[in-house]
Ligand binder design. Structure first.
Ligand code: SF4
Length: 725
């Protein structure tokens, strides 16, 4: 769905009068009376972190339609299937409607409706108690989503350094660390892949397309349209693998063997970009020595990919250097050696000379929007709870969970959970519940009654992104993008935006000096002014691009900088060696499934973002539950029929209390089963999603921690299929 740039500029500036009827006539709050002229508000989607720009059309004070904003870098005028379903969240009758106090138990709540004033006083008193008894560092914030920035600000003003995002240790953290150790920079989020201009693309366990990251999928399709060759290494023939020149159905847990063999072939045959490596990198000789045993024949035995194919692809990659992109992926927490696997991808990228080159990884534009001017300094916060992980770039969520259970390195007594369904996000639910039970305060801030809400003492209903202003958004891509969210209607029920909640809470905590603005527009105007940006223009257009680095590729006048100890690309990492880790990745064999078990492999549905959208009535109608993919031969062996419901039991004897439908397919290896994650929601207050399908969180009782950065590898769980009587 898209509108043209010219159309948008017309409607944004003139609010052109066209007749419109509400699209959800059944929603009682909406009027079907003759309409006033529609209004159009720029915004950006929050149904996943990609934050594609959109235009919300409102009639009679209600948002009735959303379209992509052609001025948005991340959406390029389009929204994905989930993004188009934003109204399914806005008008979800299950939304949290007012603040609630839990007068029952955590996990078995009894809710009492309370006023905002009561809710904020309760939280402020508890936070001040914890500060007095244990110090401010005993409170942690878990956040996922744009409104989290005001909570992070409040937490720093309170004096705690413990602001964590599960997206680090439970998703992309190992990738970022692997790339930092090599290039001194991460691939970015959204990533700086130059797919549209690539001549060769390699995806490793990444199912882009089903993992529907809007502009990245558009770029990938454009690259393929322009003739790029594609390699996909994946035990499953994903939708993108079906478009590949080479689908390599790798044995799960052995990807690193193939990567190391590719490195060896490229180094031995001197297929790397010699000029680039000699100018920008160190450690090529040491690298050659370290990978000398990783022959294609060795990798073939381990990975079950023919040695000849491994050699062929290494040479094909080299033919297309430097215009090739070996994707670092996302959700890279697999087997506990994930930073090292990501480092192998980074080393391969360096050998191909693709970092900073057309069709590889582009160099992002610089840019900054300064903070609100004149705020007081934050108090000194001391050390955060990061666990014993020397290369953790952010706070490690599971280390905070451990601190709540063990009081080490110091007690953690209060959790503020913003937009993050921790029960499903973190592996081993029992440990999460143990931690939740030990806390003095659990606050959940959310739009919907997700599973974690049942574990809170107090729940604050946030309004949706279509009903609120938020902080200014920025992104460093081939342009520096600045975005603004403008509400298309007033918040429904008693829900409130986080900028308001945190400001009011700050007054009750004696921290109002950190929130001196009278309202959000005053705050946003001051930030725009500090950046030299027109607030009015940003409010009208929703997205502005500043291209202060006209050339995103390495050139004589555009040299890359590497933020590593040597200020070069580090093929061999002395800092890893100094910390007792392998300076070049080494292959380690991972545990095999026990007899009669399959490795549990999972990924994204193209129409859902984890459990976040499972209750959305527009998306639920399309994919109401997940299915268990199993190979045809294995299904025949077990006597399974298409569409039959089964339960699963994992290696620790945990049996699912919900069932899943069988999907029989040739598109998966025989040694694993596959499902979409995010389903199997426990919250009874999510009426559509409750108990539909199976949640991978039930089955992920085992995890392996990445010793470099604390990420939780969760692909080492195995399941047996239990037929229903
Ligand atoms: Fe929304 Fe889809 Fe963009 Fe994510 S990729 S922000 S769900 S439109």
């Amino acid at each position: 769905m898209s509108i043209s740039r010219r159309d948008f500029l017309k409607i944004a500036s003139a609010a052109a009068a066209v007749s419109a009827a509400p699209v959800f006539k059944s929603v009682s709050a909406m009027s079907t009376k003759p309409s006033a002229p529609p209004t159009f508000s720029p915004n950006y989607c929050e149904l996943c972190f990609w934050n594609c720009g959109l235009i919300a059309k409102s009639v009679n004070g209600k948002v009735v339609k959303i379209d992509g904003n052609p001025l948005s870098y991340r959406g390029k005028g389009k929204l994905c299937g989930r993004g188009n379903a934003g109204l399914g969240l806005l008008y979800d009758p299950d939304r949290l409607k007012h603040p609630m106090l839990n007068i029952g138990k955590r996990g078995d709540p009894k809710w009492k409706k309370i006023s905002w004033d009561e809710a904020l006083s309760f939280i402020a008193n508890k936070l001040n108690d914890i500060k007095q008894k244990y110090g401010p560092e005993a409170v942690a914030l878990f956040s996922h989503g744009t409104g989290g920035s005001f909570w992070k600000h409040l937490l720093k003003a309170y004096g705690s350094p413990n602001s964590a995002a599960p997206s680090f240790a439970q998703c992309r953290g190992p990738r970022d660390v692997g790339f930092y150790l090599t290039f001194g920079a991460a691939p970015g989020s959204p990533e700086h892949y130059d797919f549209a201009k690539s001549k060769f693309i390699v995806l490793i366990g990444s199912h882009l397309g089903e993992n529907a990251h809007n502009s990245q999928v558009q770029d990938l399709i454009n690259g393929l349209d322009n003739g790029a060759k594609l390699v996909v290494l994946d035990p499953r023939l994903s939708n993108v693998a079906a478009k590949a020149n080479w689908w390599l159905p790798v044995k799960p847990a052995t990807d690193l063997a193939v990567l190391l063999a590719w490195i060896k072939i490229i180094v031995d045959e001197e297929l790397y970009d010699k000029e680039y490596i000699s100018k920008y990198a160190i450690g090529i000789k040491e690298l050659k020595e370290e990978v000398k045993d990783y022959t294609p024949e060795w990798a073939s035995k381990i990975s079950e990919i023919p040695a000849a194919t491994i050699v062929e692809i290494a040479r094909e990659m080299a033919k297309h250097k430097p215009n090739l992109c070996i994707s670092g992926g996302r959700f890279t927490v697999w087997y506990g050696d994930d930073s090292q696997r990501s480092r192998a991808i980074a080393i391969l990228t360096a050998l191909m000379g693709s970092w900073g080159r057309e069709g590889g990884y582009y160099l992002p534009a610089a840019g900054k929007v300064p903070k609100y001017p004149g705020l007081p300094e934050y108090p000194d916060t001391g050390d955060s709870i990061s666990g014993d992980y020397p290369f953790a770039l952010l706070q490690v969520t599971n280390a905070i969970r451990d601190a709540a259970i063990t009081d080490k390195p110091y007690p953690c007594k209060g959790w503020i959970i913003y937009g993050s369904n921790l029960i499903k996000t973190m592996p081993n639910k029992t440990e999460t519940i143990n931690a939740l039970r030990k806390l003095d305060l659990v606050v959940a801030v959310d739009v919907l009654p997700t599973d974690i809400v049942d574990w809170a003492d107090i729940v604050l209903p946030e309004c949706t992104y279509l009903e609120r202003y938020d902080d200014i958004g920025t992104g460093k891509f081939q342009t520096f993008e600045v975005t603004m969210r403008v509400p298309g209607m007033k918040p429904l029920f008693e829900s409130k935006p986080s900028w308001w909640i945190t400001k009011e809470l700050s007054k009750k905590m004696g921290l109002e000096a950190y929130f001196p603005w009278n309202d959000i527009e005053e705050y946003l105007k001051a930030r725009c002014e500090a950046a030299g940006i027109s607030f009015d223009e940003l409010k009208q257009k929703g997205a502005l691009q500043f291209n202060d680095k006209a050339n995103p590729y390495i050139a004589a006048d555009n040299q890359p900088e590497f933020n590593t100890p040597s200020e070069k690309i580090e093929l061999y990492s002395k800092q890893l060696k100094e910390h007792g880790f392998d300076p070049v990745p080494k292959y380690t064999a991972h545990e095999e499934p026990p007899a009669d078990h399959y490795r549990l492999v999972f990924g994204r549905s193209p129409l859902h973002t984890f459990s976040r959208t499972i209750n959305n009535f527009m998306l639920h109608d399309l994919i109401p539950e997940n299915e268990l993919w199993i190979n045809t031969k294995q299904a025949a062996k077990l006597g399974l029929k298409k569409g039959e419901y089964v339960r699963l039991v994992n290696q620790d004897g945990i049996k699912t209390d919900t069932k899943i439908k069988i999907k029989i397919t040739e598109r998966l290896r025989e040694d694993c089963v596959y499902m979409y994650h995010g389903f199997g929601v426990n919250s009874a207050n999510l009426s559509r999603a409750n108990k539909r399908g199976i949640g991978t969180d039930e089955l992920i009782t085992k995890y392996t921690v990445d010793p470099l950065m604390g990420g939780t590898g969760i692909r080492g769980n195995f399941v047996k299929i239990v037929k229903e009587a």
